[in-house]
Design a binder for this molecule. Structure first.
Ligand SMILES: NC(=O)c1ccc[n+]([C@@H]2O[C@H](COP(=O)([O-])OP(=O)(O)OC[C@H]3O[C@@H](n4cnc5c(N)ncnc54)[C@H](O)[C@@H]3O)[C@@H](O)[C@H]2O)c1
Length: 370
């Protein structure tokens, strides 16, 4: 069974197809969009070993020839150097203005390949075939593409919407549990920011999702994509509401920077800890109930996830150092940080007037717990 979620953006609208087996059926979906039976797949070594041959076979079944650009896995690949490598290879392969490339992988590959598509020949089209939970529920949808800078994450990039997203639920079967859980942090984010019922469903079904229940996974991916698609359709370029999707990210990005974008803390883990910190700040500021941060923590703990600063191995900067790292955030306006806070589980809001002393105290307490 394939579900379809539409991202409604006038001339740039596209479908997100969600279901098992989409990689092997890719030719049927991709072929309709190609001007000639040729494409280039950008992927990483790990994903290539698992899913490149089935994708190639799926394309070949529809008579589509595919070249592949295979990069090392990991966040370090989202760099200007790798971007140059991909763009130059696309030009060597004589990719034309009307051709379309495929990003096969997690958020790293999707962000990098999408940005390469945005700048090659001033913009070619691309398709997202997300293979991590994080990429299926978040990064493949909405058109944010880019690479990291030494100064911070995602500081170089462009909005470039894909033509199609094929979220093959079966691809998640090969994902390491830690990568599954990192993506699960983003799923929880949707419940926290806008759908308390979905959060309740996750409290019940999260363990089944982790154990491999394909129907539960498909439901969670669909609900997450629906929420993201609705928000993106209303605010494509993040002038307002789209910022809600950054719940937990101002803290999370600072923690990722503090840990050197390494395996010490995956992006989704940073987001999960960032969300508990955002709820803690909200509770201190009196916008949400004291119980909300504890309920969120309890669910993350039940899933075996990192939930507190204390769960991050190794040294961390002090509260002041973490706040300094937060100032690299893209949402900083006139030197002021933007926070996404909550009125409760299922109701987030954008707040530009946060007392940094409160943030500092929440961070200090979290660091003392280490
Ligand atoms: N563009 C956006 O809107 C957006 C939103 C959220 C996050 N992001 C970005 O996404 C990135 C993180 O994405 P990610 O968590 O998918 O990381 P990732 O792309 O690094 O993938 C995680 C790991 O899983 C492996 N992998 C991927 N699919 C697999 C599969 N099916 N089976 C086995 N292994 C597989 C990869 O090789 C990698 O080692 C970050 O750079 C973050 O900034 C972007």
């Amino acid at each position: 069974m394939t579900d379809i979620v539409r991202v409604d953006l006038a001339g740039r609208s596209y479908d997100i197809r969600i279901g098992p087996g989409l990689i092997t059926e890719a030719g049927a979906h991709v072929g309709l969009l190609l001007p000639r039976p040729f494409t280039v797949i950008v992927t990483d070594e790990t994903v290539a070993g698992l899913h490149l041959a089935p994708l190639r076979a799926g394309l070949a079944a529809a008579g589509i020839a595919a070249e592949a650009i295979v990069l090392p896995p990991g966040e370090a690949t989202k760099s200007m150097a790798r971007l140059a490598q991909v763009v130059e290879r696309l030009l060597e392969l004589k990719v034309e203005r009307d051709d379309l490339i495929i990003a096969l992988g997690g958020g790293v590959i999707g962000d990098l390949a999408g940005f390469a598509a945005a700048v090659t020949r001033r913009g070619i089209d691309f398709i997202q075939v997300p293979t991590t939970l994080l990429a299926q529920v978040d990064s493949s949808v909405g058109g944010k593409t880019g690479v990291n800078a030494p100064q911070g994450k995602n500081l170089i990039g462009a909005f470039h919407q894909p033509k199609l997203v094929l979220a093959d639920i079966a691809a998640l079967d090969t994902l390491a549990p830690c990568d599954f859980l990192a993506g699960y942090g983003e799923v929880v984010k949707y419940g926290c920011l806008g759908d308390a019922m979905f959060f309740g469903w996750l409290e019940k079904m999260g363990p089944a999702m982790l154990a491999g229940d394909a129907e539960a996974r498909a439901h969670a991916v669909r609900r997450s994509c629906e929420m993201k698609a609705e928000i993106v359709a209303r605010d494509e370029h993040e002038r307002g509401e789209r910022a809600l999707l950054n719940l937990g990210h101002t803290f999370g990005h600072a923690l990722e920077a503090a840990t050197g974008y390494s395996g010490r803390l995956l992006h989704g883990e940073g987001v999960a800890i960032g969300m508990t910190l955002a709820f803690e700040v909200s509770a201190r500021m009196g916008t949400c109930a004291q119980e909300d941060p504890s309920r969120l923590r309890a669910h993350l703990a039940a899933m075996g996830m990192k939930k507190d600063l204390a769960d991050i191995p190794g040294d961390l900067p002090d509260a002041e150092g973490l706040i300094a790292l937060m100032h690299q955030d893209k949402k900083v306006r006139q030197g002021k940080l933007t926070f996404i806070l909550a009125r409760g589980i299922g109701e987030a809001f954008v707040e530009r007037e946060v007392d940094l002393a409160v943030v500092g105290r929440v961070l200090e307490e979290g660091l003392r717990g280490r």
